[in-house]
Design a binder for this molecule. Structure first.
Ligand code: GRF
Length: 200
């Protein structure tokens, strides 16, 4: 596969995106952060992108009221920056069919639980960890997977496991999982870059 040129879609903090960028800067991941797109003009992910000198765009339903227009605008921006792999990094919107078709098997997401458990619509952020704690799970973790039309459904590319302790709160568990997310996402990408994970 040609050198990875990553297009990030992020809605909020962008700490996973930052972990990937840092891994590239340390020479551990052979990839280029090509562009960052956010639906949220106040996303810290956009600020991170500017600090890193990565082209950053706010593209949302404010400028593109229909889903089709929005999908098209995002796709055109990704193509303009020669993206060949898309990383969702805390992106709170559903990816449109144009982007999914063009980047078939090339859109990745990270989820803060061990899919296929604790995934699906409404399973994001604290709701995931709440569900894990309520189910009395002894382990949780994170999953990098391919994105398709169904939430948290595509092929699993990598996982990391963490223990769940009896005195865990949503916050302590979320923090333990997030630390592993920051390792897992760059590791999976490097396996793709080296051809150890084949996406077709
Ligand atoms: C992470 O927990 C990720 O698993 C989920 O959204 C969160 C994003 O965090 N999809 P950040 O924006 O990368 O800090």
């Amino acid at each position: 596969m040609e050198k990875l040129r990553i297009g990030f879609l992020a809605s909020h903090n962008g700490s996973n995106m930052q972990a990937i960028i840092d891994s590239i800067k340390r020479g551990e991941l052979d990839a280029i952060p090509a562009v960052v797109i956010s639906n949220n003009s106040n996303a810290f992910a956009l600020e991170r992108a500017r600090r890193e000198g990565i082209p950053a765009y706010h593209i949302s339903s404010k400028q593109y009221p229909t889903e089709e227009e929005l999908d098209k605008a995002i796709l055109e921006t990704l193509i303009k920056h020669n993206v060949n792999i898309v990383c969702l990094a805390g992106y709170m919107k559903k990816v449109g069919p144009k982007v999914l078709n063009y980047f078939k098997n090339r859109v990745l997401n990270i989820h803060p639980a061990l899919l296929p458990k604790f995934g699906g619509k409404g399973m994001f952020g604290k709701f995931v960890h709440e569900a894990v704690l309520n189910a009395g799970e002894k382990e949780s973790g994170c999953t990098v997977h391919l994105v398709d039309e169904i939430y948290d459904h595509g092929r699993i590319l990598g996982q990391k496991i963490v223990p769940v302790y009896p005195d865990d709160t949503v916050e302590t568990l979320a923090q333990r999982v997030l630390e592993q997310e920051h390792k897992l996402y760059p590791e999976v990408l490097q396996k793709i870059a080296k051809g150890e994970i084949v996406l077709d």
